[in-house]
Design a protein around this ligand. Sequence first.
Ligand SMILES: *Cc1c(COP(=O)(O)O)cnc(C)c1O
Length: 395
Amino acid sequence: MTVRAGREFLAIPGPTTMPDEVLRAMHRPALDIYSKQMTDLTDGIMSDLAKLFATKGKTYTYISNGHGAWEAVLSNVLSRGDKLLVLESGRFAVGWGNAAELMGADVEVLKGDWRRAVRPHEVEERLRRDKEHKIKAVVVVQVDTASGAYNDIEAIGKAIKAAGHPALYMVDAVASLGCMPFEMDKWGIDVAMSGSQKGLMTPPGLGFVAANDRALEVHKTANMATPYWSWSEREGTEHYRKYAGTAPVHLLFALRQAIDLIHEEGLENVFRRHRLLAEAARRAVAAWSEGQVLGFNIAEATERSDTVTTVTMNNGHDPLALQRYCKEKCGVVLGTGIGDLQGQAFRIAHMGHVNAPMLLGTLGVIEVALNALKIPHGKGGLEAAVAYLGAEVEA
Ligand SMILES: *Cc1c(COP(=O)(O)O)cnc(C)c1O
C-alpha cells in the first residue's frame, strides 16, 4: 500500500520544483537569434540579474551548471600559479578550490568544519599573515548546500577589508540567490556566481557571473582565460558573442518567466517567505531531535541556511531508509546526505518555488516516516511548524 498517487514532490536542493508558468514558458518555438526580440530578452535578463546580485558591475550568462560558472570565474581572474584561499564550511567552496587546483592555481584551504560557518576573524588573521599579498583571491559560498551552513558574507567582506588585503572577494550564491538577501556591491564582493536550477526555479543549464571593475581590471592580465568563458570575448555589440554562440533560447524564456514571478511577489517577500518556511522546518526538526536520533548538522542556530536544512541521524538509524519510505510510500523526495555526511544525514530543501503546503506536506511526510519506521523522535514537530507559521503569518 502506498499513498503516493499524483505528482511526486521534489524537496531536494536542486534542481528544484519549477512553477508551471516556467515550464509553459518553454513550450514555444525558438527565436531568430539575430532578432530584436532576442537582444531585448538578453538585455532584460542581464540587467535583472545585476539587480538580483545587487551590483552595478557586469553580468555574464553561460550555458553551464554551477561547476561551469565556477570555472568561468576562475579562468577570468586567475593566472597560473596564483594563490587562492578557500574558506571551508562544507563541500562546495572546497569543490571550487579543487577546480582551481586542476586549472593551475596554488590552492590553500582555510580549514573549517562541516558543522559550522566560516569564522570571519580567522579569515582576517590568515590574510594579515600574508604580508606579501601572495593570495590573489578568496572564495566562499553563501550557503553550503551539503552542510546547510549559512556564511555571513558581509562580515567576511569586512574581515578582508580590516586585514587591508587586496585579494579579490569571490562568492558562490548558487544556493541562495533569489532566496536570501545578497548585496554584491555593499558587501564588497568583487565576483559573484550562481546557477539557474535552485532559487531561480529554472531548469539546470544556465550559469551566472557578476564582476565589478576591480575584477574586470584583473581580468585584463589574467592568463587562465579560454575563449568560451572569457569576459572580453563576450563584450562588444554583437549579440551572438554574449553567449559565445547560439543563445540557450528556451532556458532564457524560462528564466525570464521565473524572474517575472519573483518581481510579481516582490523580492523582499520572497526573502521573508524563505525565512519563515525555513524556520518552520527548523521548529519541526528541533522537536524531533528530542528523541536523540535526529539533529541539526549546523550546531549554531544563526548559522543555519534559509534554503536547506541538513538533518543528521545517529544511533545506527539509516537516513536512506527514511528517504526511501518518503519517496516510495508518500511521493516526497528528500535530499540525500552528501560528502562527509553520506549515510548520516538527509536534507530538506526549502528553496525557490516553495509554499506552506509544500513545506508542511514535506514535514508531515517525514513525521509519517519516523512513525512507520519506529525511529525515536520527539513528538509535535509538524505541530510546532504549524504553530510557528500561524503566529508569524499575520491574518
Ligand atoms: C549546487 C551547487 C553548486 C554546483 O552547481 P551545479 O549546477 O550542480 O554544478 C555549487 N555551489 C553550491 C553552493 C551549490 O549548491
